[in-house]
Design a protein around this ligand. Sequence first.
Ligand code: AMP
Length: 549
Amino acid sequence: MLGLMQQQPLLVSTLLRHAARHHGAAEVISATEAGAVHHTTWADSERRARQLARALQALGVREADRIGTLAWNDYRHLEVYYATSGMQAICHTINPRLSPDDIAYIINHAGDSALFIDPGFAALIGGIAARIADHVRTVVIMTDPAGMPALDLRPGMRLLCYDQLMAEADDDYAWPSFDENTASALCYTSGTTGRPKGVLYSHRSTVIHAYAIALPDVLDLRATSRILPVVPMFHVNAWGIPYATALTGSALVLPGRHLDGASLARLLNQERVTMTCGVPTVWLGLLQHLRSSGEKLATVRRIMTGGSAAPPLLIEAFRDEFGVAVEHGWGMTELSPVGTYNAAKPSQVGLTGEAAARHMLKQGRVLPGLDMKIIDGDGHELPWDGKQFGDLLVRGPWVCSSYFGESESACDADGWFATGDVATIDPDGYMEITDRSKDVIKSGGEWISSITLENIAVSHPDVAEAAVVAARHPKWDERPLLLVVPRPGHTIDPRSVLDSYRGLVAKWWLPDAVLVVDQLPHTATGKLLKTALRDRYRNYYQTAATKEE
Ligand code: AMP
């Protein structure tokens, strides 16, 4: 027997309509290119998104068309998010930090018919115009007429100005209703191995994810919250925050292009931000700025950190010096992206000092709606003892089922998606990433966690950044090799770094060698590019052994 309740599809436009109708005066604030701050409201954002939908209709955009964006976090980008999805087209956010070759590949693979870009990316698009001319018919620069850059496109491609387009459109548009399983947005993985793959979110997955991340034990969003996503809107929909803040009517503060410590501190204080979200590198930059300038954070209470493991010093420094809680979340493009969040259960409430900081290193508990498990090499589920680590699998309504343009499933027969991460889960259900499966070091049949070794290395006072990679070993198969970058003005003594492992890990986990390097390679999303390091240092111990003979 079916229930007798209304069938209202879960659509992205319903979030925006709710924000406009019930939190119309709540603010949407953007730091602009010129260093000024632009203020608008959720009511005005909804009206302008309708106006943009009208403009898109006039340009010939139809349902299921992919509309690419190359843009920083600001109000125009937000309007493109909602207008495209709301009219049943697909908002395809593109990471401008990828190589031009990957960007051209992604635009063609997605089949984008129009691009909405910030003026700063005009040269990038000019450089690949010939390669994308088969699909892209329109390039809209997100600026006013005075800010239009020179851009040579190919014949058949038109160049338009966003503000002019908006000025010519009315807002006489009603958001249509359609199947909640319709695609709403597309985002490609950063592709550290092989070509990027497209993850195609649906209206339903996006709305459910927004509900889940707004929960008290996740972002704890309220109408009185003021949220600044430093995480870019081109990186997994800024972790879903543009949707979740509309759901809760929170103020949304968009930081634009300048993500350095000084610019962020200014915006956080000036706009009375209560919570901010981003990757550890950003928080290290902010910490450095706060320490050197003596500035404080007046209103920020919590920082959500994710994307890569947060070093312990980050959590302790913000807590002890600035009274700000750094909270760990974990996710990935294929998970919309949030999968876990580290919020206390009753048994963690009393934790203090070292024990509290140690607990906060864990990536957290699974969000309700998802399930997770860890398995060994034979596919058997491992116990939740906080010690044994295995491949992490997840499933749930905001997990990708297959990649865009690929016919085969991305999951196993029971719907489990292999994350490619290796993790432990403790008896309370807190998951801790110990590695990417490709990064784990397999020494004599046992596994060594590269993240654990890196976290200890970056706690050393002379070390700014560290990477541990597996290098082939004639006896043990693989052994850890530690690469460290000195903090400015410091010199690293490799023996003293090795000493810092004493008592913290088993002796056989210690790196066999420590190399001091000037810098480490990073991916377009700021993560350590371990593939490049592995390629370079894979034979380090074999070569070293040959030299010694
Ligand atoms: P992406 O799809 O680019 O967001 O990358 C997802 C990957 O980033 C995950 O599979 C993890 O390897 C890593 N990651 C995300 N959040 C965390 C975190 N809090 N700690 C450690 N690794 C993380």
